[in-house]
Write a protein that binds this ligand. Structure first.
Ligand code: ATP
Ligand code: MG
Length: 344
């Protein structure tokens, strides 16, 4: 095995920018975000609705419709077991070989991702066959194994069932079976539990956590739910207005947040580890997506904003608290003595 490939992050995204060219104007959905995903870790991506969580992560596997979507800048180095590639430079054909095979995904609504006319077993089998993982009887056997692995009772029989014959939670299990069918190195889970009842949510969280541990998969977990993210993420990326405003280990970001937006978010969560605390309690509104940001996107809502915040966009820089903890805030940089969220 090549030693080189085991060092450094599995995925390094730098300065990713995505826009939508619409009749109403250009929507600047993602404005230059950078982050790393390390092997075997879960990166929680949090931020309020419209902050660019889905668009940034889905653009990495070209699941953002083009047009109107367009990746205008950035790189996404994926150091897979085979070779290092820039995901943003792959041809459609090369991407088709990466997507679903080396990078799997699970979405909020399994019903819209599954074909209603094909039995679930056959849909798993098709994924295995498309990526040359198994054929014929072996593919069927593996599909049944996968159904069992994701906790579907009576998998031999359920192989023949159609999506509408499953509950929401069971359909999400089928989606997870498809996502892991080809032993991917990464899973992108975009609000995988949001549409489910609370008890079922917990089961799906447990399932993904178990599979991640057993199969050694790295996970990008997009969520509104800070409680869920606190429970499962090794590191957290906080997004606001299409930018990354803070990143660090889950412990540091939760215990010692440095960006005023993160401080506000955590203030809006009465109890950690409690589900369904949606991020809606910060006063004010998110920035217009039509204007390119020349200032800090959070400045209009920020209790600590000063002149510089409205003139220049702050870069995401190390806070010095611990390795990998960064925040994009002029206040934090310039007035470090009085920084928000400082532990007492
Ligand atoms: N097809 C599209 N055409 C135009 N604008 C789009 C399109 N898809 C997304 N956007 C815009 O891009 C921005 C980022 O959207 P995105 O879906 O990434 O947000 P999000 O953080 O995932 O929000 P949510 O939590 O609601 O899922 C939003 O302003 C959204 O309106
Ligand atoms: Mg989304």
């Amino acid at each position: 095995m090549n030693q080189m490939q085991d060092t450094g992050p599995l995925l390094s995204v730098r300065n990713l920018a995505v826009q939508f060219n619409t009749v109403d104007g250009i929507v600047h959905a993602v404005n230059g975000i950078s982050f790393d995903l390390f092997r075997g870790e879960t990166l929680g991506v949090v931020g309020e609705s419209g902050s660019g969580k889905s668009v940034s992560m889905l653009s990495l596997v070209r699941l953002v419709p083009e047009p109107p979507g367009e990746v205008t800048d950035g790189s996404a180095l994926f150091r897979g077991t085979h070779e290092t590639v820039d995901l943003l430079k792959l041809s459609w054909r090369e991407m088709a070989a990466v997507r679903g095979r080396r990078i799997g995904f699970v979405f909020q609504d399994p019903l819209s991702s599954l074909n209603p006319l094909i039995s679930v077993g056959k849909q798993i089998r098709e994924v295995l066959e498309r990526h040359n993982r198994a054929r014929g009887k072996a593919a069927k056997r593996r599909s049944i194994e996968l159904l069992a692995l994701v906790g579907i009772p009576d998998p031999e029989k359920r192989y023949y069932s159609y999506p509408h014959e499953f509950s929401g939670g069971m359909r999400q299990r089928v989606m997870i079976a498809i996502a892991i069918a080809c032993d991917p190195e990464v899973i992108i889970a975009d609000e995988p539990t949001t549409a489910l009842d609370v008890t079922i949510q917990a089961q799906i969280v447990d399932l993904l956590v178990r599979l991640k541990r057993e199969l050694g998969i790295s996970v990008i977990w997009i969520s509104h739910d800070l409680g869920v993210v606190a429970g499962i993420a090794d590191r957290v990326l906080v997004m606001y207005g299409g930018t990354a405003v803070e990143t660090g280990t889950a412990e540091t970001v939760y215990q010692h947040p440095r960006h005023p937006y993160t401080v506000g978010l955590l203030g809006a969560v009465p109890k950690l580890h409690e589900h369904n605390e949606r991020l809606v309690n910060i006063e004010g509104r998110p920035p217009s997506v039509y204007s390119r940001l020349e200032q800090c996107p959070f400045a209009p809502r920020c209790p600590w904003a000063f002149e510089r915040c409205t003139q220049q966009r702050p870069p995401l820089l190390p806070t010095g608290r611990d390795e990998g903890h960064s925040s994009a805030c002029w206040y934090d940089l310039e007035l470090n003595e009085r920084r928000p969220g400082r532990s007492t």
